[in-house]
Write a protein of this length. Structure first.
Length: 69
């Protein structure tokens, strides 16, 4: 079992959720619901893993709040 962290945003134009795995080229998907997005991301990751373990280009560290006065 492999665990990946996905960044999820919501598109204001379409209302869709958009997600991607930082550092993993091609690991992105969208869905009308968070469940659908999760399902779609899982399918994409499974396809990417068919060719073996992909090398991460970067590592997700976290988020940070930036305050601008």
């Amino acid at each position: 079992m492999r665990v990946y962290t996905a960044v999820i945003e919501k598109c204001h134009d379409t209302g869709f959720f958009v997600g991607y795995v930082p550092g993993l080229r091609g690991a992105h998907a969208q869905g009308e619901t968070l469940d659908e997005l999760n399902h779609n991301l899982k399918e994409v990751l499974e396809l990417l893993l068919e060719d073996g373990e992909p090398e991460l280009e970067t590592e997700f560290v976290g988020t940070q709040t930036v305050i601008v006065a």
